[in-house]
Unconditional design. Structure first.
Length: 289
């Protein structure tokens, strides 16, 4: 491979404008997933120490928020092929924001919330910058990156603002940012889904979903083993061991059913409603894992 064709110099291009675009996941994306492994593990620890209805609701809400941080970058990498130096620097910075968010989870209900909100806001700002950069280097049609960069910049401002507000206003503003971002994806006329170039590489996205499901399932196994080892396998009663076995088997069966019947599958069409259902179905599945 000549030096001028090396991936280090490949500026972002929409995959429809690329002569040959691979459907496979790049190693940089896999590295980004590792940061989410830590976040999911920290969420599992939080749930272990907050086995109440409110604890579960907080866990579920944080999982959804962090999952969309993963999804939005995966969507960008599916729409646009980019592996140059600047893109790698930006992804490194995003990994650091996930690290900050993960470290704030244990005390998220107390003093750590501002750090989580700041990390999330900066993460969204980097996504906005990625789409803005696409416009600067020359997407053949700028409507899609223009809308998405605007949407993410607006939501990033609200997430950052929420970090400096007292409770419960901080939660309300943060939730408002999530709602606005979701609406600006799906609303008629102004929504990003209305753009005709909102067509990700479905093979790539299917592989992304499958890999993250395996990671989440692996975290389930890991959490079961760590919890039992802390309690001491020789100190637990029979029903605990029974639940331990059932938990491990259930995770395996979930993956078995997914990969035999849905894994790596593509949506049946590119209709807006179908795409939303496809994404939300994977979110629900991973939350249950």
């Amino acid at each position: 491979m000549s030096l001028d064709r090396h991936p280090l110099w490949r500026k972002p291009q929409h995959h429809l404008d690329v002569t040959e675009s691979s459907q496979h996941v790049h190693w940089i994306e896999l590295f980004y997933d590792l940061a989410h492994v830590v976040a999911i593990f920290m969420l599992g620890n939080f749930l272990s120490h907050h086995l109440t209805v409110s604890g579960f609701l907080i866990f579920a809400a944080l999982f959804v928020v962090i999952w969309f941080a993963w999804f939005d970058l995966s969507l960008f990498n599916s729409l646009y092929v980019s592996t140059d130096m600047q893109h790698r620097y930006i992804m490194t910075s995003q990994i650091i924001t996930i690290m900050v968010m993960s470290a704030s989870i244990p005390h998220i209900t107390d003093t750590s919330w501002p750090y989580f909100a700041i990390g999330y806001g900066i993460n969204r700002a980097f996504i906005a910058f990625l789409y803005w950069r696409v416009r600067q280097v020359g997407d053949s049609e700028g409507e899609l990156p223009r809308k998405l960069s605007r949407n993410f910049f607006c939501s990033a401002f609200l997430f950052l603002l929420s970090a400096f507000l007292p409770h419960p206003y901080s939660y309300l503003v943060f939730g408002l940012g999530l709602l606005i971002l979701a609406l600006l994806y799906a609303l008629p006329r102004v929504g990003a889904l209305e753009c005709h170039r909102f067509v990700p590489r479905f093979g790539h996205m299917s592989e992304r979903f499958a890999l993250l499901l395996l990671i989440v399932a692996g975290e389930g196994f890991f959490k079961l083993v760590v919890t039992l080892s802390i309690k001491g396998i020789d100190n637990v009663v029979g029903d605990v061991l029974f639940n331990y076995v059932i938990g491990g088997a259930a995770i395996f069966v979930l993956c078995w059913m997914y990969f035999d019947f849905a894994g790596n599958g593509k949506p049946r069409n590119t209709d807006k409603k179908t795409l939303v259902q496809w994404v939300l179905a994977h979110l629900t599945l991973m939350l249950s894992a």
